[in-house]
Design a protein around this ligand. Structure first.
Ligand SMILES: Cc1cc2nc3c(=O)[nH]c(=O)nc-3n(C[C@H](O)[C@H](O)[C@H](O)COP(=O)(O)O)c2cc1C
Length: 178
């Protein structure tokens, strides 16, 4: 059993994160979800909380027990941090060292491997800024599961759809076993 910190961001693919959380939980892992505010527009924290049986975090300044600085304790207990789906925005924020919400702050404090699964419109993915951010993060040792080519929710055909869950789970297992 491993502790997996699952970050969910505001992509239309956020609904797939519920299945991911469910499969990881059923595989015996303890899954702790941090959602951005945008992610909560696509899927409710209640869904993730019910599937993982753990509290879901969205708010940096939610009152907590006084002895617990939650963004640090969540980061410390993680064996792996998985961000799926990862928006262009969160990739840019991590690459730039921005920590302005719960997820970006926790990610900055994580010492465990971080696996990022981008999902976005193909033009956003191909944007040289996004590509440079991915390259920069890869250089720092962040791991990625590339998006796949598909008919995207926006109607465009291109590379930007969240990778198949089987591929994401295989990458998770590989990092957990490493
Ligand atoms: C319907 C809809 C779908 C979106 N899908 C994506 C997406 O797949 N990938 C992405 O990078 N941004 C997407 N966005 C834009 C993000 O939600 C927006 O950039 C937001 O600021 C991301 O915040 P976050 O990274 O804190 O979750 C979408 C927005 C809307 C309204």
């Amino acid at each position: 059993m491993k502790n997996i910190l699952l970050g969910i961001t505001g992509s239309i693919a956020a609904y797939k994160a519920a299945d991911l959380a469910n499969r990881l939980t059923k595989a015996g892992h303890s899954v702790h979800v941090v959602m951005t505010r945008a992610a909560a527009e696509f899927i409710t924290p209640l869904t993730l909380q019910t599937l993982t049986k753990h509290k879901v975090y969205t708010d940096m300044f939610e009152p907590v027990a006084y002895e617990d600085v939650r963004h640090i304790s969540l980061a410390k207990q993680a064996d792996l941090c998985l961000i799926a789906p990862a928006t262009a925005n969160i990739i840019g924020k991590i690459a730039a060292g921005v920590a302005d919400d719960m997820l970006s702050t926790v990610v900055m404090a994580v010492k465990a491997p971080v696996l990022i699964c981008p999902a976005m419109n193909a033009a956003m993915y191909e944007n040289p800024v996004t590509q440079a951010n991915i390259k920069r993060l890869s250089g720092f040792g962040y791991h990625f599961v590339e998006p796949k080519e598909a008919l995207l929710a926006c109607g465009d055909m291109g590379k930007g759809a969240l990778a198949d869950l089987a591929d994401i789970l295989a990458a998770v297992n590989e990092l957990l076993e490493a």
